[in-house]
Ligand binder design. Structure first.
Ligand code: AMP
Length: 383
């Protein structure tokens, strides 16, 4: 029987994970008068820990520390999905875990996620699960080329992926996956990538930020454009897919679903994230309630807020590459613009490809926001 009493300030909210998503959640929660406790396997001073009331630093299998964290909190959520199952079990046995174990367990593993989508009739690219080179050969014969091989577990931002094309050496491709299982997916010749981010409340009500158009560079999100430049039919399919995922997972919290749009206007689910998402960051500055505001309301058992956009916007991801030779970029170029909002995540070391922050650029319409975003990118020396 779920605990339906709303959790109100100054209760302490627990977050598993110490990255930027936990940081932005903690800022939102503290603004409303909640306390926040972070549990992370990073050292003290994690991006989320810097702005939290309490930071517990230890391995996810440190049960004594985990219980000390659970002693402090009224509810537990996650800011990344790769949390060991046993840790989630311990948390769920003692406190409401939102989203719940089943939703996180399903979506933290690509094979389980794909099988869940298939079992629920939710459209995604055709796929096979393989565990050896022979299996890969059979999958390629069945799915055709090109296709993509992805590790079943713990892959993100294109890590642990390999594209197989006509003439690829399958033995060599498989050597990168040896000893693990993998998902082989048919290549989707998409015309654009989109996502839907929103939340489902304890009572099953829903709120979404609309459809987001995503552009990637080197497999990492570069820009998110809102509103997405898709027709009403595509938008409707995308929102219906998001809803189908949320309901089939009996989800509580903020949920992100990434999708492909084909030339024929079909929408296929690519990935599900059981948490706020990089492509939803625009919502902090461009929506009535943000993805973190929705997460807060959902996990506390409260009614959701209107999450629709009030402005067109473009979110620019800031990777470590933007720091020239490790030096701080010229933030005045951003902060002097009335229509730009800078978010930095408090990470000390700007390594290449590391997500260090983002900028939301607002506009009266998308062309204006896009033009402003391109100007900001140029001023920061971005490609
Ligand atoms: P993922 O880590 O699965 O989100 O994949 C990272 C990126 O690789 C996606 O955003 C796509 O640009 C590309 N990609 C992944 N799977 C496919 C596919 N089946 N067909 C075409 N492109 C893909």
């Amino acid at each position: 029987m779920p605990d339906l009493a709303p959790i109100l300030p100054p209760a302490t909210l627990g977050v598993l994970g110490g990255g930027q998503l936990g940081r932005m959640f903690a800022i939102e929660a503290r603004r409303c008068g909640y306390r926040v406790a972070i549990y992370t396997d990073e050292p003290k001073g994690s991006p989320a820990g810097q702005v939290a009331d309490l930071e517990f630093n230890g391995a996810y299998d440190n049960e004594a520390l985990l219980h000390a964290f659970l002693d402090e909190v009224s509810v537990v959520t996650v800011e990344f999905e790769n949390i060991p199952e046993n840790c989630l079990r311990i948390a769920e046995a003692r406190r409401p875990l939102r989203p719940g174990l089943r939703a996180i367990h399903t979506t933290q593993h690509r094979q389980r996620e794909k099988e869940f989508l298939r079992a629920n009739g939710i459209e995604c690219a055709p796929f096979c699960i393989v565990s050896d080179e022979l299996g890969l050969r059979q999958a390629v014969a069945e799915l055709g080329l090109p296709c993509v091989v992805k590790t079943a577990a713990f892959g993100y931002d294109g890590k642990g992926q390999s594209k197989v094309e006509q003439g690829s050496d399958l033995g060599q491709v498989w050597s990168g996956f040896e000893g693990r299982s993998a998902v082989v997916e048919q290549w989707v010749p998409f015309v654009c990538e989109i996502s839907v981010v929103g939340a489902r409340a304890v009572d099953g009500s829903l709120a979404v930020h609309g459809v987001i158009e995503n552009q990637h560079l080197h497999h990492i999100l570069d820009l998110s454009l809102v509103p997405a430049r898709v027709g009403a039919e595509v938008a409707q399919q995308a929102l219906a897919l998001w809803r189908a995922v949320a309901e089939a997972l009996d989800y509580v919290g903020t949920l992100a679903v990434e999708m492909f749009v084909t030339a024929g206007g079909r929408v296929l689910v690519n990935e599900v994230a059981p948490r706020p998402h990089n492509s939803g960051h625009f919502s902090i500055d461009a929506c009535l309630a943000s993805q973190f505001g929705l997460q807060l309301r959902a996990i506390c058992g409260l009614a959701l807020a209107d999450a629709s956009p009030h402005s067109a916007s473009v979110m620019i991801n800031l990777l470590g590459d933007v720091w020239p030779d490790g030096n701080e970029p010229d933030w005045a170029a951003v902060l002097n613009q009335p229509w730009a909002r800078l978010h930095l995540y408090g990470k000390a070391h700007p390594r290449a490809r590391r997500k260090m922050g983002h900028i939301t650029v607002l506009g009266e319409d998308l062309p204006q926001a896009l033009e402003r975003a391109q100007a900001i990118k140029r001023s920061l020396g971005m490609p």
